[in-house]
Write a protein that binds this ligand. Structure first.
Ligand code: GCU
Length: 326
């Protein structure tokens, strides 16, 4: 609570400074908060968005980036967007699913068949529908960033099959779908914020977690967890979101700059992602991390009830069917 009030106090102060700046020049600065470290390929994509926006607007519309969860967890920052304290964030679609339920479909295990299937959908009709769905909850989507596939990693033993997850406390993201994903696969799901996980792993509060390679590496979780299993249960994208409180106040030209800058930054972000993974895999091998390539069908089979369950909701079923047919 103390940390939160310091954050809010600092924010209020920053807002005051900002509004006074805006009065003396015609530069608008939008605050962009996210939870990943600066060495992360997603952060690098955000920096591209920043420079493209600067260029397009001739410096009139800028973003200032606060990485590393400095301004709060993903859930907290989304709330700050809703009340209009922060303009922009980048969160995992699963964090967003707490606010805009249609994003829950992105957390369904083995929904997307591969990279091409994922992007065909994210950059097609389904993606547009998802990005627009947040506006009702004051959270308007700008673009998706590549967040690869998530797999389990553990401290004590490799995971060769879902049976190996039995009895293991596994950290998941703070949303109902992630909890149900891990529990259905046989683990004991422990939701917590990303920034708390390193200590939780170190102190054996949890036995493992699940994430993509860049987040496993840049958070230094690989120092504690020496087993990484490529079961690739989910492909949950990252999403850049602007609060409608800020969006609605932008001029049409400012909206165009922002929309174009975010979309254009995706191209580089995807490239950073691929380059980073290749380097990081080498680094992990040198640091004694053991990779396991399990039979994914066993994981897929065991997690199937999640999709079946979600299909009971006609609105969700319509989106899932569209994805499956695409
Ligand atoms: C990914 C995602 C983050 C998220 C994290 C998590 O790294 O990019 O936005 O915070 O997973 O597991 O919490």
């Amino acid at each position: 609570a103390i940390k939160k009030s310091i954050v809010l106090g600092t924010l209020t102060l920053l807002c005051l400074i900002l509004s006074s700046c805006a009065a003396v020049s015609d530069t608008k600065v939008l605050y962009f908060a996210h939870s990943l470290p600066t060495s992360h390929p997603v952060h690098k994509g955000i920096l591209d968005m920043q420079s493209i926006l600067n260029e397009k607007s001739g410096g009139k519309l800028q973003i200032k980036v606060f990485p590393d969860g400095q301004l709060g967890s993903e859930r907290e920052v989304l709330e700050l967007l809703q009340i209009g304290s922060i303009a922009i964030t980048k969160v995992s679609a699963s964090a967003l699913s707490n606010f805009a339920p249609e994003y829950q479909i992105t957390v369904i295990p083995y929904l997307f068949r591969d990279d091409a299937h994922l992007w065909r959908n994210l950059e097609g009709e389904v993606g547009e529908q998802l990005l627009a769905s947040g506006s009702e909850y004051l959270l308007r989507g700008l673009c998706f960033y590549d967040a690869g596939a998530r797999s389990f990693y553990t401290k004590e033993k490799p995971i060769n099959s879902p049976d190996d997850l039995t009895g293991l406390k596994v950290r998941v993201q703070n949303d109902q779908m992630s909890v149900s994903m891990a529990n259905t696969l046989g683990a004991s799901a422990t939701p917590m914020a990303f920034s708390e996980l390193y200590t939780a792993l170190q102190q054996n509060v949890v036995d493992g977690a699940e994430n993509n390679i860049p987040s496993f590496v840049t958070s230094n979780h690989f120092e504690v967890c020496k087993y990484y299993t490529f079961d690739e249960h989910t492909m949950i994208p990252d999403v850049v979101i602007i609060g409608t409180k800020f969006w609605d106040k932008l001029s049409d030209q400012e909206k165009n700059w922002l929309r174009a800058a975010s979309k254009e930054s995706v191209v580089a972000q995807k490239r950073y992602w691929k380059e980073t993974i290749a380097e990081q895999m080498e680094m992990l091998k040198k640091n004694g991390v053991q990779f396991t390539y399990p039979n994914k069908e066993a994981f897929q089979e065991k997690s199937r009830p999640i999709m079946e369950n979600m299909k009971k909701d006609p609105k969700m079923k319509a989106i899932i069917d569209k994805i499956n047919a695409n």
